[in-house]
Design a protein around this ligand. Structure first.
Ligand SMILES: Cc1cc2nc3c(=O)[nH]c(=O)nc-3n(C[C@H](O)[C@H](O)[C@H](O)COP(=O)(O)OP(=O)(O)OC[C@H]3O[C@@H](n4cnc5c(N)ncnc54)[C@H](O)[C@@H]3O)c2cc1C
Length: 351
């Protein structure tokens, strides 16, 4: 365990925003991580768990407590008749895990290439992209329950996985220590579900894992969704808003409003949810409400490559980014009566 004081948090986040941590503890193995959290909890300190910093907006005032940085490493693979079981330490960089799986011909996470952050954070918001979500391959999650002080293992069914959420999101009760994945042993992917990816691959509905990974990385780069320090379009927390999920009645009201605003022939992307509700596209709503790529003239702007990413152009403060987020959220509400919700975790700030 390394212990430091008054450490700037901005360089530890992909937005490069946020003041200092009063204290920063770096945990290099699981025992360290459990000990650091337990001791800080016993001392009654405020605690922030931080891993890749790719899904947080930290206040300009920083964090007046202990930040515990998850830097635990280790991957174990065990092949059996039906596939391979992978046990991954929380601090492993996710994209490296995907790369290793693709190289080893373990199928099931290849569409999730290029997503920044740690493996341990992936179950928290059920990370997903290009038609895959980790909930499809997570077999268990080992976590420290800060309430009881015990280490518990959640089977996948107990994780409460839904679109961009789980029992771990929005609560600081659990610290994810390791994640177990069950993957297929195959050099080709399962059916490609995402139309844009299928078109890019130009293949039937399955493709070699390496080709899927390359195609996903290419598409993501075009949208500024692969980290690149030289490209301010990637100084973001990924998608800032989740796609809103509406009931049937709400969709009908929305459709009427959209027709009034954009003309009677208007069509909009909609994706049915298993529970009968309907997911709309946040990007479509934002664009039709008048906020196009590159919107803004201050230090925080919408990415020039992706409507959903709010970006730091170099010296943005948390308040600049949040002001932009409020403008977009309020504009969409005024135009369509739909309330957008932020995806990143807000630390010491609110929308
Ligand atoms: C360019 C870019 C593209 C992105 N693309 C996608 C995408 O395609 N799909 C997608 O789903 N997301 C995407 N994201 C969002 C982000 O990468 C994921 O949410 C990622 O899983 C966050 O991991 P992290 O380690 O950076 O978490 P952090 O930002 O460090 O933490 C996020 C939250 O999780 C908590 N946390 C982190 N680790 C632990 C742990 N071990 N135990 C308990 N709590 C923990 C933190 O306290 C915080 O509340 C993108 C982000 C960026 C910047």
């Amino acid at each position: 365990v390394q212990d430091q004081f008054e450490v700037p948090l901005a360089p530890l986040t992909t937005l490069r925003i946020g003041g200092c941590a009063h204290r920063l503890v770096t945990a290099l193995d699981e025992a360290d991580l459990v000990r650091a959290v337990t001791e800080a909890d016993r001392a009654g300190e405020r605690v922030l768990i931080l891993a890749g910093g790719s899904n947080v907006v930290v206040a300009d005032e920083g964090f007046d407590g202990t930040v515990i940085l998850v830097r635990t490493r280790g991957i174990e693979a065990r092949a059996d008749g039906s596939g391979v079981a992978l046990a991954v330490a929380a601090g492993e960089p996710w994209d490296e895990v995907v790369e290793r799986c693709v190289r080893s011909r373990y199928a099931g996470v290849e569409c999730l290439a290029g997503i920044p952050g740690s493996a341990g954070a992936t179950p928290i918001q059920n990370v997903g992209a290009y038609g895959q979500e980790v909930s499809e391959t997570v077999e268990w999650v080992r976590a420290l329950d800060r309430r009881s002080g015990e280490v518990v293992t959640f089977p996948s069914a107990a994780c409460g996985f839904r679109y961009r959420t789980s029992v771990f999101k929005g609560s600081d009760r659990y610290v994810v220590l390791a994640v177990g994945f069950r993957l297929g042993r195959s050099a080709v992917s399962g059916p490609i579900r995402y139309a844009e990816l299928a078109r890019t691959l130009g293949a039937g509905h399955r493709a070699p894992l390496t080709a899927v990974r390359e195609a996903v990385l290419g598409l993501r780069r075009g949208k500024g969704m692969v980290l690149d320090p030289a490209d301010h379009d990637t100084w973001s927390a990924g998608s800032f808003f989740t796609n809103p999920i509406l009931s049937e009645a709400e969709v009908a009201a929305f459709a009427e409003r959209a027709a009034r605003l954009l003309g009677p022939g208007v069509t909009f992307p909609r994706y049915p949810e298993p529970d009968g509700r309907c997911k709309l596209s946040a990007a479509w709503l934002i664009e039709r409400a008048g906020f196009t790529k590159g919107y803004g003239d201050g230090p925080a702007r919408i990415s020039a490559k992706h409507t959903l990413a709010l970006t730091n152009r170099g010296d943005a403060k948390a308040e600049d980014l949040l002001a932009l987020a409020r403008t977009v959220r309020d504009g969409v509400r005024e135009a369509f009566g739909v309330e957008l919700v932020n995806e990143p975790v807000l630390v010491g700030v609110s929308l």
